[in-house]
Design a protein. Structure first.
Length: 608
């Protein structure tokens, strides 16, 4: 259990109230900066009020839902502030999502209005729509509606996240939670009105609220990223605080970013390699939190010496518990599941009562009656000193042929290779056909040899934890939120193979026949065992078959050679045909004894 004390005094106000307050104190200070210039706090407040009039005229009232299909623009910011001040809930729709998904979200939330940005299309029969700036003729003559005053439990945002059933689920984020987030940000980040904070996330991603809160909570400027040239925007618009996903940061060049002093990363686990790239140059904050606990729950300033990407300690009025299956706290250093409590816990899922009951549980550690905690599904442990260490997803743990594998452990080993910039390890296939695969991207200008990577992994990991296939990418595909888009990863396979190169001698022909027998695919002398679909179990099966033929072959040989020809050259000169029908014992390496052979036969479902 780990809980921080609440800040003294007020717990802060919401986004819209912050802009309203700064418009009165520093009206000419820049609030939003874009390619075309800047909008002052006074101008943003005036635009927000105009939208309040228009939206109220079109039926937006407290408790209603307003969908927003918009890019990062000044109008997007003003519309969001206006909706919040009218007491309604913002339901952002990502412009990159297909129309069918937009329609599903609209049907689910039944909004009174959908704001459709410039250049975007939306079916007019799904709900009433409005284009930004499409004012009613008498909008300026309309009275300004009073700000609604919904309680802390009023819904501020509905963010849709992926659902395990294939249907997205809407997370109901409380207004009190957003107010607490802004107060906690000011305490943890200590920004000033002189700062310029990036806004590079999609409006549909909850981290966009984090970035707006960082800027408006301090009276600073929000810099909208309206092009893909991140480095140019950071330089030319003098950004001082940059928030981005670890995937995007893997290619960030620190040189020339003289005004940038803080980098915040979140949305997915931060690899140590990214920490080593960023932490020596800037204050590097690793921020962790699910939407269900209002964007960010814990933060950790990464030590530039160790570069260990811990997720740190909870924000103000937030609790982090590492619990065992019995919902009791585990000892420091022990692994458990991470639960989050406190002011950031969301209402639950819209129209998903069973799922809400499963993930949002009574908080037995809270002093306030009726408090709840969110079960994250993340594995974690507390390290000496009290910080929390993220260990991966509970549901990402694999079980392949009866052996439990933590992809994060394999991924960490891959990331230690000097030529690897980024990696992702996952299971591929179903049930007994599932195998472990790795996607890797090389460092810019680097040369990644897969045979060298396999050999290194074989020295560090058990054979069953070495991926059976590697897919080399120029860059990882990203979804609109900056996370790795797993759905767009190419399937593993042999790829575009050239014509099979036949055996050059009898030794290679013998291995070709053995490989073909084990892998059930055509084989040539220039092929790689793992590129053809082999894995650690298939390698052990190959070794067993080879030993029966009197060939001195070990699992290490298979992992340590790039091609069949190289494997033949390394091993076949040592082979001796058995004169008495008995198999010679290898001088070293991994031999396959009868018990292992029996287990392998059971695992593979075929005789050895």
């Amino acid at each position: 259990m780990l809980t921080t004390a609440a800040p003294a005094g007020t717990h802060g106000c919401g986004l819209a109230e912050s802009v309203q307050a700064w418009a009165g104190v520093t009206p000419d200070a820049p609030a939003v900066i874009t390619e075309s210039g800047h909008t002052s706090y006074a101008e943003l407040e005036a635009l927000t009020q105009r939208y309040m009039k228009e939206l109220h005229h079109r039926g937006v009232r407290e408790g209603a839902a307003v969908c927003m299909l918009m890019h990062r623009t000044v109008d997007w910011v003003a519309v969001e502030l206006a909706v919040l001040r009218l007491g309604a809930a913002c339901v952002p729709l990502d412009p990159q999502y297909p129309p069918a998904r937009h329609r599903l979200m609209v049907e689910d939330t039944a909004p009174v209005l959908v704001i459709v940005g410039e250049g975007m299309r939306f079916p007019t029969d799904a709900a009433p729509t409005m284009r930004p700036g499409a004012w009613s003729r008498d909008v300026d003559a309309l009275p300004l509606p009073p700000d609604a005053r919904p309680g802390a439990d009023g819904v501020a945002f509905v963010f849709y996240t992926s659902g395990s059933t294939g249907r997205p689920k809407g997370v109901l984020v409380r207004r009190g939670s957003v107010r607490n987030l802004l107060a906690a940000q000011r305490e943890a980040m200590a920004l000033t009105a002189e700062d310029r904070v990036s806004q590079a996330f999609s409006p549909s991603f909850d981290l966009s609220v984090w970035d707006l809160g960082l800027a408006f909570g301090a009276g600073a400027a929000s810099v909208l990223f309206d092009s893909d040239d991140v480095h140019r925007i950071l330089q030319e618009r003098h950004v001082t605080v940059f928030s981005s996903s670890p995937t995007s940061l893997a290619t960030l060049q620190p040189s020339g970013l003289t005004r940038l002093h803080t980098v915040v990363t979140g949305g997915e686990a931060c690899p140590e390699r990214v920490a080593r790239r960023i932490a020596p140059h800037f204050r590097f904050v690793n921020a962790y939190g699910p939407t269900e606990a209002t964007v960010i729950s814990t933060t950790h300033v990464i030590d530039p010496n160790s570069c260990r990407p811990l997720i740190g300690r909870p924000l103000s009025r937030t609790s982090a518990y590492v619990l065992g299956p019995d919902l009791r706290a585990v000892d420091d250093g022990e692994t458990g599941e991470l639960y989050l409590g406190g002011a950031g816990v969301a209402h639950g899922y819209w129209r998903r009562s069973a799922l809400t009951a499963d993930r949002f549980l009574p908080d037995p550690f809270a002093d306030e009656p009726g408090s709840r905690m969110y079960r994250t599904g993340d594995r974690a442990r507390r390290v000496p000193g009290g910080d929390v260490d993220y260990l991966g997803r509970v549901d990402h743990q694999l079980k392949i042929r009866g052996l439990r594998i933590e992809p994060g452990e394999v991924q960490t080993a891959i990331d230690r290779h000097p030529a690897v910039a980024q990696s992702l390890v996952m299971g591929w296939g179903e049930a007994e056909d599932q195998r472990l695969i790795a996607y890797v991207a090389a460092v810019p200008g680097g040369h990644l040899r897969l045979d060298d990577l396999r050999a290194r992994l074989a020295e560090e990991l058990p054979a069953y934890m070495v991926p059976g296939a590697f897919v080399v990418l120029d860059a990882f595909p990203q979804n609109p939120n900056g996370k790795v888009d797993r759905a767009k990863l190419p399937p593993p396979g042999a790829g575009d193979r050239a014509a099979l190169v036949p055996a050059g001698n009898a030794a290679e022909q013998t291995l070709i026949e053995l490989w073909r027998d084990v892998l059930k695919v055509p084989v040539g002398r220039e092929d790689n065992f793992f590129d053809l679909g082999g894995d650690s179990v298939a390698a052990a099966l190959l070794v067993a078959r080879a030993q029966r033929e009197g060939i001195h072959l070990t699992v290490q040989h298979v992992f340590g050679t790039a091609t069949l020809a190289e494997l033949a050259d390394r091993t076949m000169p040592l082979a001796k045909a058995p004169a008495n029908g008995r198999q010679p014992r290898p001088a070293g390496g991994t031999a396959i004894d009868e018990e292992t052979r029996r287990k392998l036969a059971m695992a593979m479902g075929r005789p050895l």
